[in-house]
Structure formats: structure tokens, C-alpha cells
Write a protein of this length. Sequence first.
Length: 854
Amino acid sequence: MMTTFLSFGRWLKRERQARGFTQQLLANEMGYAVSTIRKLEQGERRPTQPLVTALAAALTLTPDELLGLLHLAELAPPAVPLAIPAAFRPPSLLTPLIGRDHLLANLLHQLAPPTGRWLTLTGPPGVGKTHLATALAHRIERDHHLPVLWLSLATLTTIDDVLFALATALALPTRHQLLPVLMETLYARDLYLVLDNCEHLVPQAHVLMDLLIHAPRLHFLITSRRAFAAVGEQSVVIPPLATLPTQPATLSDAALLLVQCLRIPLPPPPERIAEYNDIATTSEGLPLALELLAAQRAVGTQPCMHARGTPSLRQPLPLSLTRSGPTVAAILDRSMSLLPDATQVLWWHCAIFRGPFAAQALQGVVDSANQHDVAEALVRLVEHSLIKAVDPIDDVPWYTQLELVRWYALAHLENQGLRASSEQRHARYLLTVITACDQALQAGESQPALAIMAANQADREAATEWAFQSQDWPMALALLNGQWRYWDQQGLWRTAKRWLTRFVAAAPNQADQRVALDLLLKCCVRQGDLAEAERLGLTLIQQLTDPTDGARVAKLWNNLGVIANRLGNLEEATRRYERARARYQSMDDHAHLCDVMENQAVQLLERGLVTQAHQALLTLQDARAMDGSAEERARILFYLGNIALLEGHPQAAQQHFTECLAQMEAQSLPYWVALNQEGLARVALWQDDLLAALAWVEGSLATVTQLGEPVWMMQCQLLLGDIALRQGKPAEASRWAAQALQRTEELHLVLGTLAAVILHGRIAQTQHLVTEALQWFTDGTTLARQVGDNMGLIHGLEGQAWGALQLTELEHASRLWREAATLRGMTGLVPTPHEQRLHDVMQQALQEHHARPG
């Protein structure tokens, strides 16, 4: 009998299949869309008289069968209202939903009937899944006028517990076979079923799927640490709140939640906004962490949210605090209970890492007794949202975890007595990584070494701190030595100086101190603190009295020569270079002898002795060809570019700078990239292409500013002043010149001061401020004579000659001009086209003077 079937849809599916029809074939036969057949079978559409007639014709039903079908169609159940007891209604929102408007709208669209049957909200603990699901539930009730039943699964451990709770909520008999009863009851009823904290039911997803299939008006909204991977499931990962404000002087979404949890009236005082944003940033945007911060302040405890890798991580972790709901520890205890014991131990060890880590790193810090399949465990932890995958490095997966989750795991590691030994293994493992990366950088293999060093920043800091705290000075020195090349190449001299200064003050071994002092001297040079660098260098030389220290002494004399040159003490620089050369020659140390030759060539170049500098660089180029590194050979191209420009060959200079720039970019050496950008800016300025010059120098300035390299920041400021002057913007040029002059005086850079003085003179010259310009040029000439800078002397003399001409001191002007011309001929310095135009004006004025009678 047709009436024995439960529904019209089930009868239709059976009869269609029995007669060999697919849904598409039957739809074609009836003249309907295939979606109509599908919805009829799933109970999502009620049959109508015309549709039943067409169906009977397509299936060739007898008159009796047609009557039975019409009767069955009249029995197709309409939607039956469902009353939800108050105890199973969605909970109230205790705090407002912040920063989720766009996400909420998208989720509502995904949940809209009839298509949004199963939506799972996933994400790490405390990200706000339950809060968002609560808001969604209330919006469904309000906007769609549909019943919502809320089940919290925190205490429901099995699928049978869930079915029992659902039957209880619907006032159904709670007998053994609950699933068929629930299917029958929910078949004709609209219901949104919210299952909160559902991750432990993932293995029993098939039961939920059966219920969803046989109850066509049922919808699931589920919160879980992991997705179910069920057919038809839509899974959305809930991100943390934004920690950066969308506009200046406003609260970020995370800070706004923090302020509201603290019950601070809105809007907060403008002077406190930056403070609240900074505090909220430490939460990583995790709402539960923000509640924890608010609770800490409410009970008067010191906030323990700090940047990764700080000593505060050793403070007790207040995981029992919360603003509302379960504690952090209780939430994460439940997550841990879902993991196998071995995976739990591996998760605790993940907390040793302050930043991203790979499977190999985790193996390096886990003792042999706990090393099972680490890669498999990491995948499981990602599925449970306890760690998350980040961008791979060299095709190797890397992982990280939220700080709040890390605290919990770290507490377990400490409670099990595993933290101290794990931190020691962590430091030793980091030393092997740092050493390998340093060797790769030394060989010119920048990738993936640079990426690994950058990713390991917080862990490198933590490993170094562990060595200091443990007073393991050999390891501390090895860590500092291993990181030095990376710090130097990336311009991280402040970081290097901080660690090296601590080491020199704390390490008991004088030999170790000397190694650190040597690196510290380099930091001071890079940062422009030349006076301190000179003091450290001379101190080191006094300590190095052993005959075996000859190589180190030679290197120090070379470095001290560079310092004396920058400080403008040309004679002392020359003496120091000669001492270094003599020692290296006696040791037959060709590579380091080339370093001294390079410094001497640069000294000649900076003093404007172009011909001599060119010859020295060509000699150096031949010497470097034998055993010089890629970086060392590329540096010569930079110097040759400067030579070519000073000799009046801008195209050759451009070729040298461009080739050097490409090589330095390939080796990821930002400092030298910036220098070549500045060189290309000077080429463009020579060619009167002011826009190109401005673009190059702005790029260079941005890089050296990021690196914190003051000497080349000053050089860029001088060049920007020159460009502004050429653009007819004397006020802007004066501003750049003043900034450069202040910086050079702070750093005691005599050559930089000289360049700034000459630029000031040119600015006054352009404004026809004759007396002021003449004073600047006179000061520049005096300073240039003191330090032996021929380039500065030429510019100063030419400026003085112009001033004397304006004051009609024609004989004095002629004498100054002839001296400058003689120097140009002696040094090989060729005037730029812009300078040549000024020269032509001066030359014509002087010729007119000499042509006058008498």
C-alpha cells in the first residue's frame, strides 16, 4: 500500500529508482527542473496537483495508483511550529559583539534557509566562537522567526548524551532508540540546532549527518576547534580581533573590547588611546585573553601579557582568572583531554618556542623518550586549533601558537618538571640552527638562511637569554658570534650592541670579553659612534700583548684607520693603515691585506684624489679576483661607480652602480643596496633628471633609516638638499642641510660636516646672500685644508671666488679660482654639467674683468 510510506518524498525516490529513472531523466520526462525532483525527495517542497499529474504520466501510474498518490500528496507534512523551553534557548550576550559586523553578515547569509544546513565555526580556544554563535542564534530568531535550540556540549561526552539532551529539550520519551524518534519528530519542523563546543564529536559526525538527512527542515550551527569534514558542511575559521586601529587616534577592535571589559566610559580620554591599543596588542586579538587582562586589572594583579620571549614568561601564569564563563585552564583542560598522551607531551614542548617552529625544531627539544611521529602530532594539533600553520620556509611547514595557549602548555611543562631540560635543549638546538645559517651566509647562500633567522628571532633571543641566565658563557659567546653576520648584514646593530655590551660586562673570561669587544667596536662604527669605537679599539690593542694576537692587532689597526679617516685625522689614519699592512704582509695574509687596500682606496676617494683612488681600486680589483667573496668584489663596483662619476663619465658610473645593486640585492644586503641607490641618485642628478634622482634617494633613505645607519642617512639628507636647491626650493634645501649638519656634528663626522657647510653656502649663493654664502664657503675651505679633503677644498675655493667676485674683489676672486682649477687638474675631478654652467658664468665674468682697460 502506498500509504505505508512515511512521506511523499521517500515514496517518490523509491518509485523513481525502481523504474530506472535518474532525477534528471524524470525531470526531463515531466518538463520540470531537476531541482524540483530533488526538493520533492528531500521534503523541501510540497507537491501540487499539476505536479502530481505530470509525475503520474511520467511514471505511467494506474488510476488506482494515481488516487493513492494524490492521497499521499495531501499527507505531505506542513511545517509544524516548535516550542523551545527557556532552558534550551540561546544564552544572553553579556558583552557586545565588537569588530564582527562584516563576519556576522556573511555568516547569516551562509545560514539563510533553505540552503544553510550545516555551518561550523572553528578556531583556537578563546577566539570568540561561542560569542559569535550566540549572536547568530539571536539574529536567526529575530530575522527569520525560526526556533533555535542551544545545547552546550562541554559536559556531554558522547553522541548518545547529545541525543538524550535533544530529546529532553523536545519533551520526547528518552528511550533507547532516540535517533529514529528525533528523525520522525524533526522531519516536519523548522529548527536551528546550535551545538557549542562540539570538537569531541568529530569521530561521530555520521550520526549528526543521518539526523540532518532525515530532518529536511533542520539546520546545524556548530562551534568546534576542528571541522567535521562532513558532506555539505560549511566551515569558517574565526580570526582574532584586529589589534591595529583603522584610523589614527582611535581604538582598535581589541582595545575597544578591553575598554568595555574594564567598564571604562566611552569614549576614553584621547591621551589614553595609544596605551589601550598597546595593551590590547599583547592579547594577539584573542577575546578570552582580553577578558583575562581585564580580570587581572580588576583584582589588582600585574598584567602578564608581554611580548614573546621576555623574562616575564617565567612569572606564574594566572590561568584561573577570567571575566566570565569558564577559566582559561578549564577550557584548555578539555582540549587536552581529547589528545593522546604522547601528543599532549609534544604540545607542551611546543610552548618552548616563542615564535614559529618546524617539526625538526620540535624534535630537537623533545627528549628521546617522547619522540614519536612529531609531524603527525603537529597535524593533529592544527586540526584541534591548538597551533596553526604559517607560511612554509623552503617548502618545509612551520607552525606557531597563540600566546595564551602557549602559557597553558608551558605551565604543564613546568608542572611535569620538563621545562628546565627543554629550555637547555632549545638553546642548544638554536645554536646549531644559527651556526648553519651563519655558514650559509658566509658562503653567499642567503636563502633560506635569512628567512630562518628572521622567523627564529624571538627564539634566538630566548636561547641567548637562557645562556646568560645559566651563565653558560661559551654558549653565549657562540650564539652572539653566530648571529653577528646576520645582524651586520641586516643592519641590526642596536640589537647586537645590546647583547655584546651585556656580555662584556658579565663574562668573567678576558679572552671572551676581547672577542665581544671586537664585535662591539664594529657596532659602534656601523652606528656612527666613532669616538666610542676608537676608545674600544685602542683599549683592545693594549690588551693584546701575546705574539699570537698579531692577526687581531693588525685587524684593529685597520679598523682604527677607518675611524681616524672618518674623524678627519688623515695623518693618523695613514699611520694606522701602514701598521696594519706591515703586520699582514709579515703574516703573508693576502685576504686581510686586501681589506686594508680597500680602506686606503676609499680614503683617497673621499679626499678627492680621484686618479690615485682609481689606480688603487684597479689594483685591489686584481687582488680580489683571486680569493675575494662575491660581496667584496661587488663593493669594488660601487667604488668604481663613484670614480667614474667624479671623472665625468655618468654612463659608466650608472653601469657600475646598477650591476653592484643587482648583486647586493641577490645577496640580500640592504645596506649596500641603499648605497648603490644613492649612487644612482647622484648619476641622475648629474644628468639633470631631478625626478629620477629624488626617487632613488628616497628609496635609499628609507632603507638606511630602517637600518638605523646614521652616516648614510646624513648622505641622503645632503643629496635631498642638493635636489631641492636645483628644483628652486631653497627653504626645503636649507631644512635638509640643517638636519645633515646637526647629524654630522653629533657623530663628529668631519667630512660630513664639510659637505653640509658647502651645501649651506650654495643655498645662500642661490639666494644672493653674498656675505652669508661667503662665510659658509670660507668655513668650508678652512675645514677642508685641515682634513686634507681636496673635493671639499675645490668647492670651498670656487664658492669663495664667487663671493669675492660679487664684492668686486676681482684679484682675490681670480687667485681663488686659479687655485681651485689647479686642484681639479691635479686630482682629476671633473665638474658636473650643473657646476660647469656656474663655471662658465664665473669664467666669463673674470675674462671680462681682465679685458677691461687698465
